[in-house]
Design a protein around this ligand. Structure first.
Ligand SMILES: O=C(O)CCC(=O)C(=O)O
Length: 283
């Protein structure tokens, strides 16, 4: 496991236990599910064709361009992890696009959700993340549950590159095994939230060809490297959680988990069901 000298649990993470994914799988093999339980990530290969990825990019690229215009007008050119001409982040793209609503409810995702989330699953969050050419800034080590604290803590992230994601253009890196500890404390850095320093031992690069996706837990610490190429590295990040999950709000330093404000994650415009009783729901 990674060197965790610099990590501590999130104040609301009290006695987390990871539940392994036993039982028959719908699409993932027993080996893939065991790897997900042990390492906190897998690569699911060859699930999207080039036309589908082009259609997703055609929806997302103009949205990212509009966000970039807005970021250029902001003091310092940056809002949290998003930065003008460096990292274009456009959340909730499904609200604006029927094509994307159908994409996030399609079978590569729902089959993986049936195996790793359960029978009743909602879209939690979707966002375009476009890493601009010649961008030397990494996205720092974080867990997705380190941004907004969700309970249950473990939900699923599908990281879908729209071109080949490589060491040169900013592929995902992970810290295998750390997800089993639950949510770690995060601090806010200029480049976004982070739980561990750059250079932490045990990091594994996960290059991913277009057409495949990296599937990891909301508890898996991950980062992406700089984009040293002269081309954009576009990705669509799609997250799913068990129906009934809630977001906890309040300052963890001064509020206990029991006293935190609990917000249902069921906004019908962007957190719609994708599986109901194990059956695909129409988006
Ligand atoms: O795609 C990237 O460069 C980073 C995305 C990421 O880590 C996230 O959205 O949580």
């Amino acid at each position: 496991m990674a060197e965790l000298r610099d990590a501590s649990p999130h104040p609301w993470n009290d006695g987390f236990t990871w539940r392994d994914h036993d039982g028959p799988g719908r699409t993932l093999s027993a080996e893939q599910r065991a790897a997900f339980d042990a390492d906190g990530f897998i690569v699911v290969h060859d699930v999207f064709d080039a036309d589908t990825l082009a259609a997703v990019d055609a929806e997302l690229a103009p949205m990212v361009e509009r966000v970039n215009e807005l970021l250029r007008g902001v003091d310092g050119g940056r809002i949290s992890v998003a930065a003008a001409d460096r990292l274009g982040v456009c959340p909730h793209a499904v609200v604006l696009s029927e094509v994307l609503r159908r994409f996030v409810a399609s079978s590569p995702f729902t089959d993986v959700c049936a195996d790793l989330v359960g029978d009743d699953v909602r879209l939690y969050w979707d966002q375009a993340v476009y890493k601009y050419p010649a961008n030397d800034e990494p996205v720092l080590w974080h867990q997705d549950n380190g941004y907004t604290y969700v309970e249950p803590q473990d939900y699923l992230t599908c990281w879908v590159p729209l071109v080949d994601a490589t060491l040169d253009n900013g592929c995902v890196w992970v810290l295998p095994g750390v997800h089993r500890l639950g949510t770690l404390a995060h601090r806010e850095d200029r480049l976004g939230f982070t739980c561990l320093p750059e250079g932490t031992d045990g990091a594994v690069a996960v290059p991913c060809p277009a057409g495949s996706m990296v599937v990891f837990s909301s508890l898996t610490p991950h980062r992406t490297g700089p984009n040293h190429t002269d081309a954009m590295r576009p990705a669509y990040i799609v997250q799913y959680l068990a129906d009934g999950a809630v977001a906890l709000g309040g300052d963890p330093a001064t509020t206990s988990a029991a006293d935190a404000v609990r917000t249902p994650l069921d906004d019908p415009t962007r957190q719609f069901p994708v599986l109901v009783g194990g059956v695909t729901a129409s988006a």
